[in-house]
Design a binder for this molecule. Structure first.
Ligand code: HPA
Length: 286
């Protein structure tokens, strides 16, 4: 399968349908919710009932993930009674994938039937109130990947204009996340996520700059997937695990290991919130 880099809308649509057919061969129920597992959230996959795993390598057009801590497979099954499709591992622009390639798995998950995207990431806290191990629900983002999708607009429904800002993230789901967090005694901040290319962590001046723009957390993912989902008319809920606190005063040397370790320690709280949100959905009609 040749790379979808530079593919036109027709090629992209055909690649999506090949990947979808491969997945349907497993005769699974149509997933309602697509979930992207960021660093530390991998263990959510252990809760999936009747799981079927498909490696990205076996799916047409899927990018191969290479970042440490990012396995590359789709997992389909049930979480809290809801049919889901999970991405265990995601591609990043810093690995050399194009914006469209990073978005591509979302196109496929939506083509399978998912109408909601829950996405998670590890991020550096910029907001002075944030502490390592905190959680944030995204209410907006800043795209410092300066993303431009290579796909032609004819591929997307013209009835779905791209929305930016607070409307991008589904407000009722955000509010529900806050309620659930409170009921589980978990502090859940709400704020703006800035996506930067990386892969180096920021200099102190960059942290200051991002903070001055109004960003509360900084990471290297999520926004391309969110934009794709929104363009396809999906409801989007996003979470950041604050794995390190960006200091604008003291030099800090953030390492990938530190980020993965902090992600692992706070992951269970976020998993609890997501499972409860899904549990609520299981009682609702599609
Ligand atoms: N910067 C960018 N990406 C990140 C960080 C950070 O400080 N922490 C986790 N992902």
């Amino acid at each position: 399968m040749r790379s979808i880099l530079g593919a036109n809308a027709k090629e992209l649509a055909s690649s999506i349908s090949v990947a979808r057919e491969t997945i349907w061969q497993h005769k699974l129920l149509q997933p309602r919710v697509a979930i992207v597992l960021g660093s530390g959230l991998g263990p959510l996959a252990d809760y999936v009932e009747h799981p079927v795993e498909i490696a990205y390598i076996d799916l047409a057009g899927f990018p191969r993930t290479s970042a440490a801590g990012h396995a590359g497979k789709l997992i389909l099954g049930y979480l809290a009674g809801v049919p889901v499709v999970l991405m265990k591992g995601r591609a990043h622009c810093y690995e050399g994938w194009s914006y469209t390639q990073v978005q591509y798995p979302v196109f496929v998950m939506q083509a399978l039937g998912a109408s909601t995207l829950i996405t998670t990431n590890a991020a550096g806290g910029l907001n002075g109130r944030f502490r390592q191990g905190d959680l944030m629900v995204l209410d907006s983002h800043i795209d410092f990947l300066f993303g431009s999708s290579g796909f032609s607009s004819s591929f997307m429904s013209p009835a779905q204009p791209l929305q930016r800002g607070t409307e991008t993230y589904d407000r009722p789901m955000m509010q529900r996340a806050q309620q659930v967090a409170r009921s589980q005694d978990v502090v859940l901040h709400q704020g703006c996520y800035l996506a930067t290319l990386g892969p180096t962590y920021e200099t102190r001046n960059e942290y200051r700059f991002f903070r001055s723009l109004g960003a509360d957390a900084v990471g290297m993912s999520t926004v391309p997937e969110v934009i794709a989902a929104k363009k396809l008319g999906m409801d989007v809920l996003g979470f950041s695990v604050i794995t390190n606190v960006a200091s604008t005063d003291i030099p800090v040397n953030t390492t990938h290991d530190e980020v993965v370790e902090a992600g692992n320690s706070v992951g269970p709280s976020l998993i609890g919130i997501i499972l409860q949100i899904l549990d609520d959905m299981s009682g609702e009609p599609d």
